[in-house]
Design a protein around this ligand. Structure first.
Ligand code: M6R
Length: 419
């Protein structure tokens, strides 16, 4: 008999797990477990078979779990996407229980990296499905007392499904009578059990504290849901749905290609590891990826980093730019590229060293003196997926260069189950 706060903790010993409900307690000895509810009444909690076996949580030939999990992303996204997209019919299927044609608005609630996945998806739900999206970090949302708008679908996003603030946000929405959905990677988690609907990600167990494959799987699932919503609401026709479905289904291959910039990134890490501050800029969905890139760098390398929407540069952050402050720019060659180019000129004029993550077309227009990481060209729908792994690898190699404890950075826990 083993007690654990997470299925992964007991994964090496068993795959038969009983989940306790809120308020339950358990008396165990070497051969039995008796479960009681909050009133002291003996109760049965069903035994579940879980897949978090020891074999799945090994590092293999990788030095760190984070490195392995970055490399796992093509598979993680493929497994996730196959739950939402049908390659034969070329259609995106919304999970049973959700009718996007009746949804009037989406409220997204999440913390940390999961929140940034939500920010990326907002661009897709709004532009593709014409659905208004509100999004907030769960710790603010739960105390904000926002007005409840009928027809809102509340979506919580969480790798663990146990984050205390996100769970509180979910419970608040349920109490207001809203339909709730949980985008979760741990399918037996509290959020999965309490939400009306589960939109699963299939990233497999994520061990590194810095979220990587769970993040891209969240982005993949939410992108597919935005596509399903666009179709259900009549904003794209069957031909466009089939095209975008094919684009999304190709994204695991795109991610695999983008990981090939690994050596180029490794070569940049030693210089970047000397920085005290690093700024990340992007526009559109890439502004959310800039926030995520900055979070990844600070949490594992302890370098101060900030992410900004590039258009905000003039409204404050430009004052920080000097020769010692590297600027990471994430800019695919899309309709916003020219605008970001002019932001880069402003940075260069002030002596700021730039590392530009772009594609072949963007690289052709980059000014001399800019260091380039060239990612495969992609459709706008999947650009966040194409640029994620290189951004994660940058943080990873800087942290390795600094000798930091990559998988268990100081002061951080994998699941934040307290406020
Ligand atoms: O399990 P969750 O997705 O709810 O966790 C949310 C955040 O705590 C998590 O994403 C955190 O920001 C990661 N350490 C980021 O890498």
């Amino acid at each position: 008999m083993f007690l654990g706060s997470d299925a992964l903790a007991v994964g090496p010993f068993t795959n038969r797990i009983a989940y306790l409900d809120e308020g339950d307690y358990v008396a165990i000895d070497h051969g039995s477990a008796r479960i009681f509810d909050r009133d002291g009444k003996p109760v049965d909690r069903p035994l579940k078979m879980v897949s978090a076996s020891a074999a799945l949580v090994e590092k293999g030939n990788y030095r760190h779990f984070m490195e392995k999990e970055i490399h796992d992303q093509p598979d993680a996204c493929q497994h996730t996407l196959s739950a939402y997209l049908d390659p034969v019919s070329g259609k995106a299927t919304a999970p049973a229980g959700v009718d996007f044609s009746k949804v009037t608005r989406i409220q997204i609630i999440a913390c940390g990296t999961a929140y940034y996945a939500g920010l990326i998806s907002r661009y897709l739900f709004e532009s593709l499905a014409r659905l208004p999206v509100d999004i907030d970090v769960a710790s603010e949302f739960r105390y904000r007392e926002p007005p409840v708008i009928p027809g809102t679908l509340a979506i919580v996003i969480s790798q663990s499904g146990e984050t205390a603030d996100t769970l509180a946000g979910l419970r608040w929405c349920k109490a207001q009578g809203l339909t709730t959905a949980a985008v979760v990677n741990v399918h037996e988690s509290t959020m999965a059990r309490e939400a009306d609907l589960v939109f699963p990600t299939h990233a497999g167990p994520e061990i590194g504290v810095a979220s990587t494959k769970a993040f891209t799987s969240q982005v993949a699932a939410l992108s597919a849901l935005a596509l399903a919503a666009a179709s259900a609401r009549g904003h794209i026709d069957a031909a466009e749905e089939a095209r975008l479905t094919a684009v999304l289904l190709e994204s695991p291959r795109l991610i695999a290609q983008s990981i090939q910039v690994e050596d180029a990134i490794k070569a940049l890490a030693s210089d970047l590891a000397k920085a005290r501050d690093v700024l990340y800029f992007g526009r559109g969905a890439m502004s959310a990826l800039a926030l995520e890139g900055a979070l990844k760098l600070k949490e594992i390398s302890y370098i101060h980093a900030e992410g900004y929407a590039a258009g905000e540069l003039k409204h404050g952050p430009i004052a920080l730019i000097d020769e010692a402050t590297p600027v990471i720019v994430i800019a695919p060659s899309d309709h916003l590229f020219e605008k970001t180019m002019s932001n880069m000129s402003e940075v260069m004029a002030r002596g700021g060293p730039i590392i530009l993550f772009t594609d072949e077309d963007g690289a052709r227009h980059a000014r001399p003196g800019i260091k380039l990481i060239i990612v495969p060209k992609s459709d706008d729908l999947v650009s966040p997926l194409a640029f994620s792994a290189p951004i994660q690898l940058l943080a990873y190699y800087v942290a390795v260069q600094k000798g930091a404890d990559v998988d268990q950075p100081r002061n951080l826990a994998k699941s934040v189950t307290v406020e």
